[in-house]
Design a protein around this ligand. Structure first.
Ligand SMILES: [Zn+2]
Length: 71
């Protein structure tokens, strides 16, 4: 038998985080997401930050999983 640790009548305090503290992190992860999306979707070798198609080959299964046209 498990014993409940909840105390009847106790309130849970949910911390509030100001938007000013979250905004830089949201921007950072947003840009990181866009960069990831670029490497998965747009990096074809012809439009590529590093030359060659090594990144295209690394994310090839991800391209097909997300439905991007490939070959
Ligand atoms: Zn493919």
């Amino acid at each position: 038998m498990s014993q409940s640790t909840a105390v009847p009548g106790a309130e849970v305090q949910v911390p509030t985080i100001p938007v000013r503290e979250i905004a830089p992190w949201a921007l950072f992860f947003g840009l990181l997401g866009l960069l990831t999306l670029f490497f998965i979707s747009a990096d074809q070798g012809a439009i590529s930050i590093p030359s060659g198609n090594a990144i295209h080959e690394w994310v090839h299964d991800g391209r097909h999983l997300l439905g991007y046209p490939c070959h």
